[in-house]
Every structure is written in structure tokens, then in C-alpha cells.
Design a protein around this ligand. Sequence first.
Ligand code: ZN
Length: 397
Amino acid sequence: MREARTGNNKFLKELNQAIILDLIRTTEGVSRKALADRTGLSATATGAIVKELLKSQFIREVGEGESSGGRKPVMLEINPNSYYAFGFDIDMRFIYAVVLDITGKVHYEERWENRSHLSPEEAVEQIGRIFDSVVRDLRLRKDRILGVGVSIPGMLDITTRRIYLAPNLGWTNVDIRESLSEKLDVPVYLDNEAMCSAFCENWLGICRGVEDFICINIESGIGAGIFVRGKIYRGHTGSAGEVGHISVDENGPRCKCGNVGCIETLASINAMAEKYRELISKTHPDASENTIDENFDALLQGAHEGDQTCLKIFKGAAKSLGKAIGYLINAFNPQTIVIGKKFPKYSELVLDDIALSASKTALTHLAESCSIVPSSFGENSSALGAAIIPVRKLFGK
Ligand SMILES: [Zn+2]
């Protein structure tokens, strides 16, 4: 737990406010006295902060707790339906949009179709349109919107937050944050897609309270958000987590990065759909016309119906992914590896294969202390995580 500090300047005041707010968030039923005891702040200082938080409606009073003699203490909790945050995930084919309140409750969730090759300007326009219509429909007050987080499937400059490469969108060196902030008139935060999903797992999902974990997204590509000691790990230039380019087969297919046998070429949705297309086109030549999504859906259906050829494709991909996960377990010693995006659609078919394969490359005691689990969010995790960025800031994270 973070210790509060005494003093009068604005920075300390905000810091202590965030610490108290976070204690209220993470402790079910907490009184003013308990807050003072746990932060080391005086009863007067705690009382003043609580009063301000109540006035701005970040928190509310709820009933009375057990008394340890004397008057029963009034309990405090985060006020639902008071402040909101938006999250957008710009994907190749869709824009996912969500609205959360500060308790993490989802108030809006929608998937909007894109035309392919969306330009940065079009993305800004579309996000602006969605934002305006949702603000209107939910009757949100602008001063109650903490901010907008945007998840980008690409690499961002760690200091300027410019997007320097989003290959699937075809964007290089673009800045959409400034134009979005101007358009929406609220703070805008950009982050990498897998890192957003990791925020989602850490705040709302299976990795709540887990300090060391890796969130792997299986999509058209493969990427990861890595948490080390409770914080996102960005690496030297901000691009840590490019795990899709861990090579597990020196005789494997050529990857667009130039290397061979990267797990992205073996275990991504595109790789599995392509393998299915190759197989099926021998007997059904018209299947070559199908899109990646159509082929993947057919593969998924086949595997769930027990088709051995389809199952073999999933199990082959799982073996490669598991091998890479074993390397990650050795390098990071995580408590949890959570696999998300499209993975939950087929996780029950392959989870054992992944664990078995990971156990062959990971050291035994590291593998035994790490659980490999599917995400409970699916494809919305990056939009949810993006919305959590402004919420986290309120709690001093
Ligand atoms: Zn590669």
C-alpha cells in the first residue's frame, strides 16, 4: 500500500486524494477512521479529503459499519454513475466503443464497422461521431467525462504518443491525439492495443491484484501487454510485448518481419485461417474466395463439431504458442498468463495442449507457479482497457 504524505502543496493534496480514493475502491466498506489509520494521515486531514470527494461526488456514504464501541462509523464507497470514461479500439475492420463509470461498470458497448484502409482523419471523424451520439443518448455531462482512451494496433512513441507504426491500419508516423482532443474537448490518451487489454485484465478481470502477469492477444497478429510488479512494462523505447515475433521453428513460414517461424505465422487467427483455406481448397475450390473471418469461423465451427482436421489446426497452433509461452515464463516468472481477444472462442479445445507445450520449454518450478488462463472479455478487452486509462489516473495509477 502507498503511504500518504503530509504537506500542503497541490501535488501532495492530489496524491493523498488519489491514495484515499484508491483505498475506498479496493476496500469493501471503509470508514474515515480506517482511512486515517491506513494512510497515516491525521483524522482532520482525512476528513477534509473525504469531504471534498463527497462534494465532487466521486464517493458516497453507504450505511453504517460495526462499531468497536461508541458511535457506528459511516462507510464510504466509490459513487457509481457519477463520472465516466470512453474507450475506443481501432481495429482493421471495426471500431469498438465502450463507456464505463468509475466503478468499472459498463454503460455502453458497441462494435462499429469500418471501411477497410481507414485513414487517420476518418478515424478521428468516426470516433467524434460515435462520441457525440453516445454523450447525447446517455445524457452525459461533459464535465463528468474523465477522458477518452484510444487503443491502437501498433507502436507508439513513448514520449510524444505519436503512432509511428500501425501496420494493419497502414499508418506511419501520425498523431491523432491532438485532433481528437480538439474535437472531443476532453483529455485523450493513446496506447498500444495489447497494453490496453492488460489494463483491462488488471482493473476488471482475472489479474486484479496480480502484480506480475502477461496478457497475450490472439488476433490477426499476436501481441502482449506485460505487467511487472504491478506496473505496465514498456521497455526502453515503449514497444515491449512484441511476442508475436518469438520464433519457435527455424523451418517455419516466413514472417513479414523477415524472420521465419514467428508464432504470428503459426498461431494467429490469420495463420490458422490460411491453413484451413489451403486444406479446404483442395476439395472446395470456391473456398479460396472466402475472407479470413469466414474461413476462421468455418474452422472454429468444424473444431467444435469434432472435425479432426480442424482440431489438428488448432492443436498445432497451440503447440507453437505454448512453446513461446514457456520462454516468456522463463524470462518473466509471471503469476498468470491470460490469453485473450479471439482465444476464448476456442480456449477449451487447446488449453491443455498449451500448458503441456509450455511445460516443455519452461523451467519446472516456474511453470508450476504460473497459471495459463483464457480472458473473460474477448474482443472488447482493448476498448475496455483504453477506457480504464483515464479512470486509473483518477486513482493515481
Ligand atoms: Zn515475425
